[in-house]
Design a protein. Structure first.
Length: 72
């Protein structure tokens, strides 16, 4: 896959169906939380970014709940 400039990336995002956008948003939650914690100087639990910890499993349960209910 070739690199996209920011305009192409935005156009690509807008072309995705809402379900794909939601899946990507939810998949990025652990990474965003870890980045936020790092910015605040707090340690992020191991595996949040890699997806192997219990905390990540809890995030998957939350994601499935939101997918079932159709809420954000």
């Amino acid at each position: 896959m070739r690199c996209m400039d920011w305009i192409e990336a935005i156009n690509h995002w807008r072309s995705l169906p809402p379900e794909a956008q939601q899946r990507r948003r939810l998949a990025n939650l652990p990474r965003k939380a870890a980045r936020s914690m790092a910015f605040a100087g707090e340690p992020a639990p191991d595996g949040w970014v890699e997806g192997g910890s219990e905390s990540c499993a809890k995030m998957h349960k939350v994601r499935r709940y939101f997918e079932k209910t159709g809420t954000t």
